[in-house]
Ligand binder design. Structure first.
Ligand code: HEM
Length: 149
C-alpha cells in the first residue's frame, strides 16, 4: 500500500497585514475566557445549588445577601462581562461564516455588539447599585424590615 500524498495548497500565503491582529486576539479571547468561565460558571452553580439548602435556599434574601458582598458582586460581574463578550464574539464568527450579503452582515454584527454593550451596562449597574431596601413595604419580611431600619 502506498503512502497517501496531500497536494500543495493552491492559495499562496497571504501577505502579513500591518496593525493589530484583531481576529487572532478574538481567537485567543475565546479560549482564555472559556477556561475562566468554566471556573466561574461551575463555582456559581455549586454555591447556589449544592451548598446549604441548595435550590430551596434561593430567594430574594439569598440574592440580596450575595449582592451585599464585594466578592460575589465581582464574581457575577466578571461572569457577565466574559460570557457576554464571549457569546457576542462567537455569534460574530457564525454571522461572518453564514451571512453572504455584506450590508446584512455588518448590520447583524453591529446589532450583536450594541446589544452586548447594553446588557453589560445594565447588568453591571444592577449588581453595583442593588439596594434591597428600595422596595420596602409593610408586607416585606421581618428580616428586611430590620436590615433597613
Ligand atoms: C463553560 C464555559 C465555556 C467554554 C469552556 C466555552 C468555550 C468555547 C470555545 C473554545 C469556543 C471557540 C470554538 C471555535 O472557535 O471553534 C466557543 C465558541 C462559542 N461560544 Fe463558548 N464557551 C463557554 C461558555 C459560553 C457561553 C456562556 C456562551 C453564551 C453566552 C457561549 C457562546 C459561544 C458561541 C456563540 C460560540 C461560537 C460557536 C461557533 O463558532 O460555532 N459560550 N466557546
Amino acid at each position: 500500500m502506498s503512502a497517501a500524498t496531500i497536494a500543495d495548497p493552491r492559495t499562496p500565503a497571504a501577505p502579513r497585514r500591518k496593525g493589530p491582529n484583531l481576529e487572532k486576539a478574538g481567537w485567543i479571547y475565546m479560549r482564555v475566557s472559556g477556561v475562566v468561565l468554566v471556573v466561574l460558571i461551575f463555582g456559581h452553580l455549586f454555591v447556589n445549588l449544592m451548598l446549604g439548602e441548595g435550590i430551596h435556599g434561593i430567594d430574594f434574601a439569598f440574592v440580596a445577601g450575595k449582592f451585599a458582598t464585594p466578592f460575589w458582586q465581582w464574581w457575577d460581574v466578571l461572569m457577565l462581562w466574559l460570557a457576554l463578550i464571549h457569546g457576542a464574539n462567537g455569534m460574530r464568527t457564525i454571522v461572518n461564516d453564514y451571512v453572504a450579503g455584506e450590508t446584512t452582515r455588518r448590520i447583524l454584527v453591529a446589532a450583536l455588539w450594541v446589544s452586548a454593550a447594553f446588557l453589560i451596562l445594565l447588568g453591571t449597574l444592577v449588581v453595583f447599585t442593588f439596594d434591597p431596601c428600595l422596595g420596602l413595604s409593610q408586607t416585606s419580611p421581618e428580616w428586611l424590615q430590620e436590615v433597613c431600619a
